[in-house]
Design a protein around this ligand. Structure first.
Ligand code: SAM
Length: 245
């Protein structure tokens, strides 16, 4: 049971980075926050709503750069809430998708602190919007799957359900996949996914966004030869029909 005398924690989705893809509820929680713990990918537009007297703490999670360990992030979040502060834990996209929200929710609950989840626009749907495609298609793509192609050591997870990922009736959005997607694509082709399956990657949503489109083979080849520097969402499946690049 949460203790009303201590602070409050909100896990807030910052969306893909565009100022106008932040929800009104997210803006409200950011304005009310005394402390904001934010990831680099979620910085920028959302932070403009934080009060001048609020404390801003980067707990940056950009790949390859030093960042506090997850346990330290959870500890900080709880410690500030125990001081009676209203804490926002700001995360890119939607806070419930590949963001270790489960660990932060558990830490808050174990400490008896109220925790609220504020949804955000995930980068998967923002990427689809950027290239102008639907992610599902009647009679063609009945299933949508979100996967991470990055396991703790940085490689391709070895427990991926390849049959599901090679299902021609599914659309797949690959998070954290720019380094491992070429290896994944090889496995998918071996599993029977057609080589002409449409695919795209969208990088740096929110600022200087760029998309590269083609078949899954072309996208995997380009990712191997010239991977983008920034964050990158990869989407493939027969539903993908690109109308803007
Ligand atoms: C730790 S996951 C966070 C996902 C986030 N919770 C969401 O709902 O989009 C990070 C991955 O999300 C995607 N991503 C996050 N920000 C992005 C951006 N600005 N542009 C493109 N992809 C992005 C990339 O696949 C990146 O590797």
């Amino acid at each position: 049971m949460a203790d009303a005398s201590i602070g409050h924690i909100a896990l807030v989705g910052a969306g893909p980075g565009d100022a106008d893809l932040l929800t009104l509820r997210a803006v409200d929680r950011l304005r009310a926050a005394d402390v904001v713990l934010y990831d680099d990918l979620a910085s920028g537009a959302a932070l403009a709503h934080v009060r001048d007297d609020a404390e801003l703490i980067s707990v940056g999670k950009r790949a390859g750069q030093h960042a506090p360990k997850q346990a330290e992030v959870s500890r900080l979040m709880v410690a500030y809430a125990r001081l009676g502060k209203r804490v926002v834990r700001l995360k890119s996209g939607d806070p419930t998708i590949f963001s270790r929200a489960d660990e932060e929710i558990s830490a808050a609950r174990e400490a008896g602190i109220a925790v609220e989840l504020v949804p955000g626009v995930t980068t998967a749907t923002a990427a689809a919007a950027f290239i102008g495609t639907a992610l599902t298609k009647r009679l063609v793509a009945r299933r949508l799957q979100f996967i991470t192609a990055h396991e703790v050591t940085g490689g391709l997870p070895d427990d991926l359900d390849l049959a599901a990922l090679a299902d021609p009736a599914a659309t797949t959005c690959v998070f954290m996949g720019k380094a491992t997607f070429p290896a994944l694509a090889e496995k998918l082709l071996a599993q029977g996914l057609p080589a002409d399956t449409p695919a795209a990657w969208v990088e740096n949503l929110g600022a200087d966004t760029r998309a590269v489109t083609g078949t899954i083979v072309e996208i995997a080849t380009r990712l191997r030869e010239a991977p983008p520097a920034g964050a990158c969402m990869i989407i493939y499946g027969r539903a993908i029909s690109i109308s803007r690049v």
